[in-house]
Design a protein around this ligand. Sequence first.
Ligand code: BGC
Length: 250
Amino acid sequence: MSTISFGIDVGGSGIKGAKVDLDTGEFIGDRIKILTPHPATPEAVAQTVAEIIDIAEWDGPVGITLPCVIRDHVARSAANIDPSWIGTNVTELFGAHLGDRPVSVLNDADAAGLAEARYGTDAAREGAVIFLTFGTGIGSAFLMNGHLFPNSEIGHIEVDGKEAEHRASSAVKEKKDLSWKKWAKQVSKVLIAYEKLFSPSLFIVGGGISRKFDKWVPLLTCETPVVAAELKNRAGIVGAAMAANEEFQP
Ligand code: BGC
């Protein structure tokens, strides 16, 4: 019998959850999506998460991602979510809204990186790999032979006088209406800065924009090879479900 778990990915526009078959990394049934409440305070998000669990009629452990640094059960940053998350004990918060079942809460990019390392390309499990998500911000997961070093947050490294995610997130491309060529130039700057600092053997790029990787990945000028993530927008939920099953808590 296959192992089934439940993952929830808290994003800027939607909160999405699904049952996941951990043998295959595929969803079981439909993905449930509810618009992210605004402001996305801890209480409001926890209520939405509870709604998703109710709709799914799931009564086991739950994994939840947040766009925050999570250490010792506490959210320690909130770059693209309500600042009131900082200092919140996320295990207690979600536990209280979810009938005190076991919850595992982790950074969204870390979850996606874990999922990619388990179900994605073989190269994701070999050597020093930096997994990046391009969306509202730039999320990162550091992987060594498929194992995660959590909370790397390199989207906030300053590159040429500007935070990487303010230079090259996909939100910046949209806001400034940048061509693929112009945006790829900014992404290259960021990746070249990362390779100087960390010398990875591979970059894996995820996030919604990785679906159009043929438009921009071939334009990148860093030396390190770059491949598109395989799980696309499934990765966050799948990684959250893995975390729940393994009781992973950074
Ligand atoms: C946050 C990260 C998050 C990333 C992607 C960044 O602004 O600091 O924690 O992983 O956005 O959502």
